[in-house]
Ligand binder design. Sequence first.
Ligand code: ZN
Length: 114
Amino acid sequence: MGDFACSRCAHRQAEDAQCGRCGNDVVQDMRDPSARRVLYDAESRWQKRRQARAISIGAVVGLVPFYPACLAGGAIIGFGVAFGTGAVAVAVIDRLLGNRRRFPYLDEYEKTPG
Ligand SMILES: [Zn+2]
């Protein structure tokens, strides 16, 4: 544990030095509100990337039943099945990946003044 966090890999350490895990030159002092803003920004970018990944995986998963459903029921059924499967896949992947916080310890610093 420690007051410094790496914005790249979320490693937490006690010294204001190079990141001990990924070697990033700069670590953020979480006692400093502007440094916390940098980490919150990094977290929201990271979550958007995960969401985009979930959607692209869901689109690919949705294509799997597209052709068999087209052959069985025609193009409209095919699109419906593909869309439904893709939407379910996105929801499942998002549930599995999307809700994890990268810097869960940041909120502790918001509560303690100074
Ligand atoms: Zn790091």
